[in-house]
Design a binder for this molecule. Sequence first.
Ligand code: FES
Length: 112
Amino acid sequence: MTWYKVPDLQYTTNPFIKKVKINGKGICLVGYEGTIYAISSTCPHAGGELSGGWCRDGKITCPIHRYSYNLNTGRGDPGQNDYVDTHPVEIREDGIYIGMTSFFEKVKQAFK
Ligand code: FES
């Protein structure tokens, strides 16, 4: 896993949703109830932009067809049968970092 510093973002307990580009991937950063979550910014249903959505009950809701995804696990609501990728977040002295695992690393772990 490689850790990437998020540019232009300081830790805050205020709620926010922001899209950033990290290592070429669109990441949706969500500040929700004092915790920062990092999930894929593309909705797996039909490609909606999750950073245009809203949060409630620990989930983010896509603005296009209102599918919802758990901010912790990435799981879609029952019946959706889908999920979004989630990434670990670390708050360090010099900023916010997101951990990302490459496709190659995931394949390597699958065959351990
Ligand atoms: S595109 Fe997100 S719910 Fe359909």
